[in-house]
Design a protein around this ligand. Sequence first.
Ligand code: C2R
Length: 161
Amino acid sequence: MSVKVGVIMGSKSDWETMKLACDVLDELQIPYEKKVVSAHRTPDLMFEYAESAVSRGLKVIIAGAGGAAHLPGMVAAKTILPVIGVPVKSSSLSGLDSLLSIVQMPGGIPVATVAIGNAGGTNAGLLAAQMIGAYDEDVQARVQARRDRVQQEVLESSETL
Ligand SMILES: Nc1c(C(=O)O)ncn1[C@@H]1O[C@H](COP(=O)(O)O)[C@@H](O)[C@H]1O
């Protein structure tokens, strides 16, 4: 099956958070690719990646970055695909810098922004899966089954209080 989701990050140091998005995609059997791409450090690669994303068959891009996190917005500016931005938790400002850099896009170029840090990594994987699920009913059924399982686990958690 062809690659559907591009998972990119500004640095290898973002991997702990971005791995959680990949874990969800693995679990839901959605093919993806993962790569370090930086708007700041590898701008030419970033342009090439974003410009070729549609023709390579990607349907959605998950972009994680920390600090002055321009990667998701710059990728969104160069592709028509939906971009999910993951604000990676930075050491100096606990990811508030990452969040504000990603979420405050000017009108016209949206980035779907998830929570700071690891919860955001997981939710980015799930949001990408739900986007794919909008046109692929097999994927949608797997997302629904995951939700049912999570709900069941929460209901059962009361029994062990
Ligand atoms: N925010 C960006 C961009 C970008 O937006 O292009 N490229 C790297 N970075 C971020 O810099 C932080 C520190 O990177 P290093 O750990 O490599 O010094 C990372 O969280 C990365 O996402």
